[in-house]
Design a protein around this ligand. Structure first.
Ligand code: NAP
Ligand code: HSE
Length: 429
């Protein structure tokens, strides 16, 4: 049995508490699998007096979180604070510069600074691991970095935010209100410190940019992700989608094409015969299409203390075994900057919802905007009263250029006939 891998743990919230509980519960098994014990030696958070439901008295408490990077008794720093910059980034930079292993669940930091941190890790020959940063407990990073390493990946897409999926599937199953269900997701520990990151699609975009870098061998390009969230999806949209044979899901898609790397997070209508339509609650699912392996589907718990801790400790076990390589599946200098693909070039089908005044000529106005932009309508449904007093019109388009749909919407956005903004959801092809 080797010497213990000694861990300095920064952040004792949902995930940090989960890591302590997991290491306690599975201590012997983990020691046998890792070939050595994994022991927390020091911890840090903001409030020393907070009851966290775990016994912290056996660990050294360090007030200055940044000091964990140079703690004399630690081999590895685990960062579970969050935030793209601030104390998390300081800790990452100093720990990696000092040649310490670094494990994090912080997708915001990796999306913004992943390339720099990977370069630092390589320069000091330190491990940089972040399985928990994408899709919670699902070993999708390992799956792509290792299991699918022999493949060229054409497309990676999936449900990457547990909070949104929890909200959408609760709204669908129980017909409940958006705000009420969000509060429930927050209480369960799924939501980010700033829940707008979840519901506006930013968190899923952070994860998508990390996945895309690993899948395509490109530099993480969070700024190139087109982002839309679920804030404006109504229960009526979900019901309408169901009547058409779809479920509404927030889906992130990354695809390499001739004109660059396309990355988008947006609410989609997912056909009922697609596996993503059956992913409910805080579950995540990622599909990767490899040129030799075919379609891979990774599915499991995408958020919460237990699943996320499972991924964090898996990284620690890899480090304890000495099994770690390039963080983004190839050395940082091999990651290429990919040009951003123009989404207007894409073709697809779309769901459009308008809330309009119930007056003569409104339908003709919408139809004319579609006609002039070259959008072909597959179906159109008008419902009576919408919540805000207008009438709801839902349109499903035939396949066509996305640019045409954007042009039609642009023209209609200024219309006096519309009550509120139209909603666009792409249909997963
Ligand atoms: P959390 O419950 O809010 O916990 C954050 C912890 O960081 C708290 O212990 C807090 O201290 C500490 N902290 C905050 N600011 C600090 C500072 N300036 N200096 C020192 N400590 C500070 O967050 P979480 O849900 O565990 O998430 C942690 C990380 O995991 C984030 O990057 C998140 O995106 C990621 N993640 C979360 C989940 C999930 O399901 N929750 C899943 C995957 C990834 P106090 O407790 O003293 O306030
Ligand atoms: N807030 C994130 C989510 C946590 O809801 O998916 C897991 O990354």
């Amino acid at each position: 049995m080797g010497d213990a891998l000694r861990v300095a743990l920064a952040g004792l919230g949902t995930v940090g508490g989960g890591v302590i509980r997991l290491l306690d519960a599975n201590r012997d098994l983990i020691t046998r699998r890792a070939g050595r014990p994994i022991e927390i030696v020091a911890v840090s958070a903001r409030d020393r007096t907070k009851d966290r439901g775990v016994d912290l008295s056996r660990f050294e408490w360090v007030d200055d979180t940044a000091a964990l990077a140079s703690h004399p008794n630690a081999d590895v720093v685990v960062e579970l604070i969050g935030g793209s910059d601030g104390p998390a980034l300081t800790l990452a930079r100093t720990a990696l510069d000092a040649g310490r292993g670094f494990v994090t669940a912080n997708k915001a930091m990796l999306a913004h600074h992943g390339l720099e941190l990977a370069q630092k890790a390589e320069a000091s020959n330190a491990a940089l691991k972040f399985e928990a940063a994408v899709a919670g407990g699902i070993p999708v990073i390992k799956g792509l970095r290792e299991g699918a390493a022999a493949n060229a990946i054409a497309r990676v897409y999936g449900i990457l935010n547990g909070t949104c999926n929890f909200i959408l599937s609760k709204m669908e199953a129980e017909g409940r209100d958006f705000a009420e269900v969000l509060a429930e997701a927050q209480a369960l520990g799924y939501a980010e410190a700033d829940p707008s990151f979840d519901i506006d699609g930013v968190d899923a975009a952070h994860k998508l940019s990390i996945l895309a870098a690993i899948a395509f061998g490109t530099q993480p390009a969070f700024g190139d992700v087109a982002i839309g969230g679920v804030r404006h999806v109504l229960a009526a949209d979900i019901a309408q989608a169901a009547s058409l044979g779809y479920r509404v899901r927030l889906v992130g898609v990354a695809e390499e094409g001739a004109n660059g790397l396309f990355q988008r997070v947006h609410p989609h209508l997912v056909p009922l015969d697609h596996p993503l339509a059956h992913v409910t609650g805080s579950t995540n699912a990622v599909v990767a299409e490899g040129n030799f392996v075919g379609r891979l589907l990774f599915q499991g718990a995408g958020a919460g203390d237990g699943p996320t801790a499972s991924a964090v400790v898996a990284d620690l076990i890899d480090i304890a075994r000495g099994e770690y390589g390039a963080s983004f599946a190839m050395p940082a200098h091999e990651l290429i900057p990919a040009p951003k693909a123009d989404s207007g070039e894409r073709r697809g089908r779309a769901y459009l919802r308008f809330t309009v005044q119930d007056k003569v000529g409104v339908l003709a106005e919408i139809a004319a905007a579609m006609r002039d932009a070259g959008v072909s309508i597959e179906s159109l449904i008008q419902r009576g009263e919408a919540a805000d007093g207008g009438v709801m019109i839902a349109i499903v388009t035939h396949e066509g250029p996305e640019r045409s749909v954007e042009q039609a919407l642009e023209r209609l956005r200024g219309s006096q006939s519309l009550v509120g903004q139209p909603l666009l959801m792409h249909i997963l092809g």
